[in-house]
Design a protein around this ligand. Structure first.
Ligand code: ADP
Length: 705
């Protein structure tokens, strides 16, 4: 199986500390994209989910981080006193926090003078005048005092007027408090960034301006420059911007990204038209990034042509690799990595072999191994859960055997201990959960105990530490075994969709009118289908009846239901050709048929599954021929395969799932296209017959005496 023999994965070398060396099976893609990143070219990664797209990008980020010179930068925003709605965002190179954050001295606000000040000014004025007027004759005094009072009052009012006028004018820009005039640090970038964002998250991608509501956050009156939120495109400046799920990228976002790529800067404005942020717009902010996007193969259609044109490298990741010793070793390396990276228990040799077999099964071919490794990774983690779950119950058994809590004999008391302790003690709470989980009971207590809570607490704490120690020891030792992996495979690997389908098939199997031991029957054949997208095979009974047409030459074909139209059209054309041009090595019992006089009815009996593509053409075609020529079909086989107009059997998908379905229904034989035979993984329990042409099919299928 592998090039080395080992007992558990602990015997194998440690995985490479560099993430890039941990990516398996995608050498070509890694090389191309690495080149793209080094040369600051934009790239698009396409491939099935879980083949390592994000992992690759993360690895590039790691490599870039340690490569070349990088000047850290800080992005700040400042208020714009001329136009508060246009805050100014600046990018400053170097570690510049101290440089940019000195208190900016706000202009001192001019307050209008108070009434008291005015009265004091007037009094002062009068006093000064009186002092100066000492010695002036009394007759002139009255006139002078009156004049100076009037002049003083006038001056005071002029001062008041000017002060109020000036203060009002000044208060317009200066209604911002001194704190609000400070610049704000939006982002500090100490090392070359790798920023990840989902394509649908417009705010995260492009940035936004926060709403300034009446109350709440930010508090009312927060100036616009403090409400700026940078986008991932800005934070990725000088680094990599990784955008996944391109299928969900709105068209306008694509335009913005295009502009950002071209101009290497993009302004931020409020995105919600109903928000007060909508009236705010910053200056264009630098965003010189390398764009890496990823998605599934079909997602490309969502990308607009101008954006696609800017993507220099388009790379397709593989979803399977050849089943060779070298690649099985790589898979083993992957298992070791997953164990190490997720801090799991080691895995035995047998369990590793089982995972390789699973990788083979998931690839759909005997000669391949799947590279959809996230699924395998999940299975490894689940198997670890099972292995460690076992430890817990085993150690709990030890624990109860020691007499700390005799759960069976003295349930009431142990309940009480648990109950009391769990009220004030976290550890006891934890134990209670463990006990509940393992015994499947929920403990409630009514009895009273003689022991004080403190006594019980001490006792139980000691036991818990025993338990933890025992658990720790077991954890060190116990590897993930074959049985643990097998338990996951029983149910855990299947998606919800497949579990529903399995449940459904299980329930309906007994009601299906399928008889693998039935007598040869005219027009009846067993085809094979795949249920759902998840690869679960099903047997479908196809029945064809040929009747004399009521209105000859008007209708040749009638289909019950709407399934496999394509297949039926092709099959009817093919059978017509074969029957009418005499190439078929069959002679009908009723001596040939004039098709123009007939109506053909085809039924996919009790079929709840979608029959995919044209993989039913062979079955449908044979069924039509049988009915037209009145020749019975043997009932002990299922058939899957597509036929072309020359009568050649063409490859189909899901051959292993289909063979399994035929086995499930206890058919003796299954006929598959010759070109699919190399993919067949397990031929135990059924005769798998590979076939190249329709001619080869005839003796296998028809009951010709
Ligand atoms: P994607 O982005 O293609 O959906 P991820 O990179 O998120 O897939 O893969 C999920 C996990 O599966 C990774 O974190 C890693 O543990 C494992 N994995 C996937 N592909 C590979 C690979 N080619 N080599 C090693 N591990 C992989």
């Amino acid at each position: 199986m592998f090039s080395t023999k080992f007992t558990t994965t602990d015997d194998l070398p440690e995985p490479s500390p560099n993430l890039i060396n941990q990516v398996i099976g995608q050498d070509e893609a890694v090389e191309i994209v690495l080149n793209a990143v080094k040369n600051k070219r934009h790239a698009l990664l396409l491939g099935d989910p879980g083949v390592g797209k994000s992992m690759m990008v993360k690895a590039f980020g790691e490599l870039l981080e340690n490569s070349g010179h990088f000047t850290p930068y800080t992005i700040i925003s400042k208020p714009n006193l001329k136009n508060t709605e246009k805050p100014m965002v600046e990018l400053l190179e170097g570690n510049v926090i101290e440089r940019i954050m000195p208190e900016e001295k706000p202009k001192v606000m001019r307050q209008p003078p108070s009434m008291l000040t005015l009265v004091l000014i007037m009094l002062g004025f009068i006093l000064v005048t009186q002092f100066l007027l000492k010695g002036v004759p009394e007759t002139q005094m009255l006139g002078i005092v009156a004049t100076t009072t009037i002049v003083g009052t006038l001056i005071a009012f002029i001062i008041l007027f000017l002060a109020i006028f000036g203060a009002t004018k000044a208060s317009m820009p200066n209604s911002i408090s001194p704190a609000d005039l400070k610049p704000m640090v939006l982002y500090e970038c100490p090392k070359r960034p790798l920023v990840r964002a989902s394509a649908y998250n417009t705010t995260k991608l492009l940035g936004d301006i926060k709403h300034c509501p009446l109350g709440g956050k930010p508090p009312i009156g927060t100036p616009p420059h403090k409400r700026v939120i940078l986008g991932a495109i800005h934070e990725a400046h000088k680094g990599i911007l990784y955008v996944d799920e391109i299928k969900t990228m709105p068209l306008d976002v694509q335009d913005y990204i295009l502009t950002a790529i071209q101009d290497k800067k993009l302004a931020i404005s409020g995105r919600n038209p109903n928000s007060s942020g909508a009236s705010v717009e910053t200056n264009p902010i630098p965003c010189d990034f390398t764009l890496i996007m990823s998605g599934n193969m079909d997602d490309v259609s969502n990308l607009r042509a101008p954006l696609m044109d800017r993507i220099d490298y388009k790379v397709v990741l593989k979803n399977k690799m050849d089943n060779t010793t070298e690649n099985r070793d790589k898979l083993l390396q992957f298992i070791v990595q997953e164990i190490k990276n997720n801090n799991l228990n080691p895995m035995t040799y047998e369990a590793c072999c089982e995972l390789v077999k699973l990788a083979q099964l998931l690839s759909g071919s005997k000669n391949k191994l799947t590279l959809r490794l996230r699924r395998l990774s999940n299975i490894i983690k689940m198997a670890n859960d099972i292995a460690t779950g076992k430890e817990l119950s085993e150690s709990l058994n030890e624990f109860t055997k020691n007499g700390a809590l005799d759960l069976d004999d003295n349930e009431g008391e142990s309940d009480l201990i648990i109950e009391q302790l769990s009220q004030g003690d976290k550890e006891a709470g934890k134990l209670k959960n463990v006990v509940n989980k393992i015994t499947g009971k929920t403990y409630k207590s009514t009895k009273k105990s003689n022991k004080s809570v403190d006594e019980l607490r001490i006792e139980l704490k000691a036991r818990i530490s025993d338990l933890n120690a025992a658990e720790g020891k077991l954890k060190d030792k116990k590897p993930i075994e074959l049985a643990d992996v097998e338990r996951v495979l029983d149910t855990g690997i299947y998606s919800m969709q497949k579990q529903v389908a399995m449940d459904y098939l299980e329930n309906f199997k007994e009601y299906k009118n399928i008889h693998p031991n039935g007598e040869p029957t005219v027009g009846v054949i067993h085809g094979l289908a795949v249920l759902g997208g998840e690869g679960l095979g099903d047997v479908t009974r196809i029945i064809t009846k040929v009747l004399n047409a009521k209105n000859p030459k008007t209708s040749l074909l009638n289909i019950t239901g709407d399934i496999a139209k394509h297949s039926i059209t092709l099959a009817s054309a093919l059978s017509k050709k074969l029957v009418s041009d005499g190439t078929l090595p069959l002679k009908g019992k009723d001596g040939g048929t004039d098709l123009s006089e007939k109506e053909i009815y085809i039924q996919f009996s009790q079929s709840y599954s979608k029959i995919d593509g044209d993989s039913a053409t062979a079955a449908v075609c044979l069924s039509i021929i049988s009915s037209l020529l009145n020749i019975p079909i043997k009932q002990d086989f299922c058939i899957t395969g597509s036929l072309d107009l020359n009568g050649d059997m063409l490859a189909i998908g899901g051959v292993n799932e289909k063979i399994n379905a035929a086995k499930e229904y206890q058919f003796r034989r299954v006929i598959v296209p010759y070109s699919n035979y190399k993919d067949v993984i397990n031929i135990e329990g059924i005769e798998v017959i590979p076939v190249k042409t329709l001619d080869e099919l005839i003796p296998l299928v028809f009951d010709i005496q």
